[in-house]
Design a protein around this ligand. Structure first.
Ligand SMILES: Nc1ncnc2c1ncn2[C@@H]1O[C@H](COP(=O)(O)OP(=O)(O)OP(=O)(O)O)[C@@H](O)[C@H]1O
Length: 527
């Protein structure tokens, strides 16, 4: 199957995309083969999400044309593709891309895509669309919201709609399932087993519904919808444990479902050429543990196609800087370790002295977020805001700035403090409603949290500021990856407190080491 020519013309007009990237050349043929399950693990900003959407649109347009050509009712095109993403912002972005592309290429198919996310005014709009037009061909949504709708068969959508599902695309898969890491405690592991994340529940539920619906279709065409007691059982918000207990059976049901679809040669009446449910999972960070977990669970079948390179997970053109706040009056560049034995001995002596002189809670940096007093939090915010405004002034970014705020400060609170330092910033969500972000020549500045910005594409982002110690290497990689998109230049400045006995500073060294990147010295800061 080839990519639809009108869709290609549209992305050329809209985004000036003329040539496929190396990743797209490798990935697209697999996405376009419905029998292939695919796992994509590539650096941030390489076009994974965009390519998945393009394949989904192209396949759906082809199915639309086939049905229209045979004068078959278009309702068979309901819920053929499901795009699951971890956050509302990413779902809205994908929907926006899809609507822009369809408006340019196939204006009559604009209603083919609908996002399903939590919060108003989105929920009211979704229900209105579902009531008026029924489920869309392509649903893009967050797990929690999709589960709510799925378990609400009467009002919105339900298992019966899944008989036609052909594509299940899972973006940022590691964030959706969050399997316990290498160093997780026994308690954390148990908790995740008994309380799986909504993303995991959703995917397992979809498999089950798809399998059961296809099976029911093959055997008892008139009884597709699950019984009310069954609907209750699969309701996430009512009893997620009940759902998790059914997981074991889920994949078996899918296999049987697939067989049933295969046996039902007459499926052409309802589904154009559907034989299997194609599953595609992607992320810039998918650990070995996650990959084997997906394999064991059968999410991507026994032999998925792996599209991955051993290249750096962080784009090589991104420049990394790290500033360390020692106290209210001193900020400096991260010290790069001299690895000689003399230097190691000197560091050891310094650490002993520092330990002897250390007074618990003496500075805001010493205490954890949860025990920091209000006054201390305010001090930390002031210092970070001042540092952020200085970095923006000194670096003079050519494009948008994205600031990741500290975990203990709400973006609204921090925005307020930042404004007193002359930087007008808005929440990242505002990007969807208001394009006139910056006044005059000032760059647009957005405030974000790690969770809300996962996977977001801000093509002209040229500076990312991380005002906290990233939790993990993966956290840093995804935050940093909001810049340097698709080969463009970008800088990332992380501002961290020195931490108790230099702990945060050495954590940053560890992160850079794990990613194989060398932080640069910011010339505007004295060492
Ligand atoms: N062939 C191409 N040439 C130039 N730009 C492209 C091409 N294909 C996609 N792009 C652009 O590249 C960006 C890709 O963003 P996308 O979100 O898909 O990347 P991603 O790999 O999913 O990133 P992340 O890992 O951060 O989620 C988009 O702005 C898109 O317009």
């Amino acid at each position: 199957m080839h990519l639809d020519a009108r869709l290609l013309a549209a992305i050329s007009t809209l985004y000036n995309i003329k040539e496929p990237t190396a990743l797209q050349r490798r990935l697209m043929p697999h996405l376009m083969s419905p029998r292939n399950h695919v796992v994509v693990v590539e650096a941030t900003g390489t076009g994974k999400t965009f390519t998945m959407l393009l394949a989904m649109l192209s396949a759906t347009v082809a199915e639309y044309k086939a049905l229209a050509g045979e004068k078959k009712p278009l309702e068979y095109l309901k819920m053929t593709s499901l795009f699951v993403v971890p956050n509302r912002e990413l779902a809205l972005q994908i929907e926006q891309w899809a609507k822009q592309i369809l408006k340019e290429a196939y204006p009559e198919l604009g209603g083919m895509v609908q996002s399903f996310v939590s919060g108003e005014p989105y929920q009211a709009q979704q229900i209105k669309v579902l009531k008026r037009h029924g489920p869309p061909a392509i649903a893009v949504g967050t797990p929690r919201r999709l589960l709510e709708l799925l378990s609400d068969d009467g009002k919105a959508t339900g298992a019966k709609d899944f008989v036609g599902l052909r594509r299940l695309y899972i973006d940022e898969v590691d964030n959706l399932v969050k399997i316990p890491g290498k160093h997780a405690t026994e308690k954390q592991r148990k908790l995740r087993l008994t309380k799986p994340r909504p993303g995991q529940v959703l995917v397992d539920t979809v498999f089950e519904m798809f399998g059961l619906a296809a099976l029911a279709r093959a055997q008892q065409p008139k009884r597709l919808a699950p019984t009310p007691s069954r609907q209750h059982k699969i309701g996430w918000h009512k009893d997620d444990m009940a759902v998790s207990k059914q997981f074991g059976a889920a994949m078996g049901a899918v296999e049987r479902g697939i067989e049933a679809v295969e046996i039902d040669r007459d499926m052409g009446k309802g589904i154009v050429g559907a034989r299997t449910l194609q599953v595609v999972a992607s992320s810039a960070t998918a650990s070995r543990a996650l990959r084997s977990w997906m394999g064991r669970r059968g999410w991507v079948g026994p032999q998925p196609v792996w599209v991955t390179s051993e290249a750096q997970r962080t784009p090589p053109q991104i420049k990394h800087f790290c500033l360390v706040v020692e106290n209210e009056h001193k900020i400096r560049n991260l010290q790069i370790k001299d690895k000689s034995p003399e230097a190691a001995l000197a560091r050891y002596r310094e650490a002993l002295d520092a330990k002897a002189a250390w007074v618990p809670g003496a500075t805001p940096w010493d205490s954890g977020v949860e025990v920091r007093s209000e006054q201390q939090q305010q001090t930390v915010m002031e210092i970070m805001a001042e540092a952020a405004s200085n970095v923006i002034r000194e670096m003079q970014p050519a494009g948008t700035v994205v600031i990741f705020t500290r975990a203990d400060a709400s973006t609204a609170q921090f925005g307020h403090v930042l404004e007193s330092y002359g930087v007008r910033a808005r929440d990242i969500m505002m990007r969807f409603g208001d394009s006139a972000m910056s006044g005059g020549s000032e760059p647009a500045v957005f405030l974000a949290t790690e969770e809300a910005a996962r996977g977001l594409d801000i093509p002209d982002a040229s500076l990312v500021l991380i005002l906290d110690v990233p939790k993990t290497v993966g956290s840093y990689l995804h935050m940093a990856g909001r810049t340097g998109r698709c080969g463009r230049a970008g800088s990332v400045v992380t501002v961290v407190p020195v931490g108790r006995l230099g702990y945060y500073e050495s954590k940053m060294r560890g992160i850079y080491g794990a990613l194989g990147v060398q932080p640069l010295r910011a010339p505007f800061v004295e060492d």
